[in-house]
Design a protein around this ligand. Structure first.
Ligand code: NAP
Length: 336
């Protein structure tokens, strides 16, 4: 597993991080806790010893499952979680309505108030049964709370030894700059934006800006929720409680086009490396300038092991370019 330093922090992350959103069940049509625990453990055994979760993933459930999975091996694992999306403290900016994995109505608020983030970190520590979190990230910007105030509270948690490093997620360049200035002399370790072969918006401004500022980038949804694994046939159906049921990139004609492209253009490169399509797509993602690591979600040990295998795969410049060009030709009309 290749490892990289995260921005100016002292965290060394595996290039493939295990994503624990789906493990919470919410927006993913439920989940199987036993399989999830085994998936996390299989990932750690394969060198993917960092897990990204959030309080809102399953309304605490994902963090609890992560806590179960790492019991007895905390020192071998890096825990990345978030603050700033509350369902139990309706202050800040209303974000959206949802139903939890048990069908209970929930309202999500962007709330990064200083007292709220302190409470959230305490709750995350308890759910994951640990005394420190390696990276705490502000999940989404809260326009009602000055970034400086949130950062002041998080810096206090670093001083207390409860948090090792601070990052953000879904921040634009101006917000990144503000966050970095507010935290100094502590480094802003990272931003966590969405990025994949079918969602390359951050290449224009956010990635170059983060590189210039020395901020690490941990990208999410690199497999476009499984689509880019080549294992989602056009015929597969998703329950209404799975966000992919309505997701534009999961429309059957798009899936068919993506699968054909993966077979024609990516399969020969994968075969050359004795790798799978998912591994090759993940290696493409972590091979892009400015990307520190990619968070791949997994719900089964097989997926976790496969994704971890991408962490030692390095594609040549020519292979990276071939895959990029192929996806630039992909017709994604109607999906945005
Ligand atoms: N900061 C944010 O706002 C934000 C937003 C989204 C995600 N994230 C983070 O990023 C992580 C990853 O993003 P994501 O879950 O959206 O997308 P992803 O990693 O692109 O896709 C994960 C899903 O793809 C399928 N999959 C994964 N590996 C596979 C494999 N080897 N073969 C076949 N299918 C495979 C699984 O779906 P099935 O088992 O259901 O088929 C899995 O649940 C999340 O868990 C979360 O930690 C953060």
């Amino acid at each position: 597993m290749i490892r990289r330093r995260l921005g100016q922090s002292d965290l060394e992350l595996p290039v493939i991080v295990l994503g624990a959103w789906a493990i919470g069940g919410w927006q993913w049509g439920g989940s199987d806790d036993e399989a999830a625990v085994r998936a996390i453990q299989a990932g750690i055994d394969a060198g993917m010893n960092a897990v990204d979760t959030a309080p809102v993933y399953g309304f605490g459930h994902s963090e609890e499952v992560v806590g179960r999975a790492i019991a007895g091996r905390r020192k071998d694992v890096l825990l990345l979680t978030k603050v700033g999306l509350r369902w139990d403290d309706p202050r800040g900016e209303f974000y959206f309505k949802s139903q939890d994995q048990n069908g209970k109505p929930r309202e999500i608020w962007r709330n990064a108030k200083p007292d709220s983030v302190v409470v959230e970190v305490e709750q995350s520590l308890a759910r994951m049964r640990t005394n420190h979190i390696d990276l705490v990230q502000i999940h989404w910007p809260d326009p009602t709370t000055p970034i400086e105030e949130t950062m002041g509270a998080l810096a206090g948690l670093v001083k207390q030894g409860k948090v090792r490093a601070i990052g953000v997620s879904n921040f634009n360049p101006a917000q990144l700059k503000e966050a970095q200035l507010a935290l100094a002399p502590l480094p802003l370790a990272s931003n966590q934006p969405k990025y994949s072969l079918v969602a390359r918006d951050i290449e224009a401004r956010i990635l170059p800006f983060s590189r210039e500022l020395g901020i690490g980038t941990i990208v999410y949804s690199p497999l476009e929720q499984g689509l880019l694994s080549g294992k989602v046939p056009a015929a597969r159906t998703f329950p209404e409680t799975d966000g992919r049921h309505k997701r534009a990139t999961f429309q059957a004609p798009v899936r068919a086009r993506v699968n054909a492209l993966l077979e024609q253009e990516v399969r020969p490169i994968a075969q050359r490396h004795k790798a799978t399509l998912a591994q090759t797509v993940l290696a493409w993602t972590t091979g892009q300038p400015g990307v520190t690591c990619a968070i791949a979600g997994a719900r089964t040990p097989e997926q976790a092991r496969e994704n971890a295998g991408a962490g030692s795969l390095v594609l040549s410049g020519e292979e990276l370019a071939t895959i990029r060009l192929a996806f630039e030709r992909l017709d994604l009309s109607g999906t945005r």
